[in-house]
Design a protein around this ligand. Structure first.
Ligand code: TXA
Ligand code: MG
Length: 307
């Protein structure tokens, strides 16, 4: 499916499709999302079907402003105001008690809801035009790599959508940071561009460290998740002729030099993996980035891609 230009007409058509209960692929600053009216249970069910995603995996709800957020959360802790002021619109998702108005299917039966205000003009215009919050997981098949360009959206996903809105290359390139604020102590459930250090500085108190307790349901935490079709191995240094991602000078025909800056690396990673998936190589090698806090989100995705 050819992406639709995100001009006024394109946004109106997409908003109309959403109000009619259809799905739309929308750009955000992190990755492209497969969006539906968050308050329409049948529309939301279509997301799970399109992705092949189990229905107990909760979705992120996207709002265009704080008034919108207020309608879907059941409780507004003062720390949410601090975080919103500092990070919204932006790549931070906050988990809070949910409002009863939101169908249970959106939250996978959980009493909490994940919500964020995306920092992309097309996403914000679309949510505003649709006049309702949008539930949107990344627009990939369950457990595959998230698309960061309209052209990387899998046809298997696209055929379930009324249209794909063209929004250019995603600036951030990795899924949002997920912060759980529903249990008193703030806890990062998924690392992203908004780092632990940034959150800690904004909140003025430490975050709970380590993995969430056993039984905590958060699908992004599946050990194997962001997997390219091509099996991937982490190595210290690529040897010549090994296809993959290097920090050095690309040697073989299928070697790609990646940025040494973690933010820029994150912005390019998924597009690179999508490129290799199209080549259909037997195996892909990726040089391990340094094990440092600035690389946490990138390392998290690479480790899950290895499984
Ligand atoms: O950047 C993003 O967040 C992208 C764009 C489209 O906004 N969306 C995205 O959605 O990555 P998805 O469905 O691929 O990932 C949703 C993540 C899950 O990994 C899960 O950890 C978390 O959000 N989540 C959603 N609802 C939750 C809840 N009630 N409690 C805990 N975690 C939740
Ligand atoms: Mg996803």
């Amino acid at each position: 499916m050819k992406p639709t230009p995100a001009d006024w007409q394109g946004i109106q058509s997409a908003a109309e499709a959403l109000r009619a209960g259809k799905l739309v692929v929308m750009p955000t600053e992190t990755v492209y999302g497969l969006a539906a009216d968050a308050l329409n249970e049948e529309a939301v069910r279509a997301i799970f079907r399109a992705k092949g995603r189990p229905e107990n995996n909760p979705l992120i709800v996207h709002a265009c402003g704080l008034e919108d957020v207020r309608t879907v959360v059941g409780h507004w802790p003062h720390e949410l105001s601090t975080l919103a002021e500092r990070f919204w619109p932006g790549p931070l998702t906050v988990v809070l008690p949910k409002a009863s108005l939101v169908p249970e299917l959106v939250t996978g039966g959980l009493p909490t809801i994940a919500v964020r205000v995306p920092d992309h003009p097309v996403a914000l215009a679309l949510i505003r035009a649709a006049g309702r919050p949008l539930a949107a997981p990344s627009a990939n098949l369950f457990s595959r790599v998230s698309p960061t360009r309209a052209s990387d959206v899998d046809p298997e996903i696209a055929r379930h959508a009324a249209l794909i809105l063209e929004g250019g290359a995603c600036q951030v390139g990795l899924e949002s940071t997920v912060l759980d604020l529903s249990e008193g102590e703030p806890r990062v459930l998924r690392p992203g561009a908004v780092s632990r250090a940034m959150l800690q500085a904004a909140l003025g108190r430490p975050l709970v460290g380590g993995p969430p307790p056993v039984g905590h349901r958060s699908p992004g935490l599946y050990p194997r998740h962001y997997s390219p079709r091509t099996p991937l191995a982490l190595v210290d240094t690529l040897v010549e002729q090994q296809p993959g991602l290097t920090f050095g000078v690309a040697a073989g025909p299928h070697q790609l030099t990646m940025p040494s800056d973690p933010v820029r690396y994150g912005a390019e990673l998924y597009a690179a993996l999508a490129h290799y998936d199209r080549l259909g190589l037997e195996r892909l090698y990726v040089e391990s980035p340094p094990d440092e806090p600035a690389w946490e989100a990138v390392l998290d995705r690479l480790k899950r891609a290895v499984g």
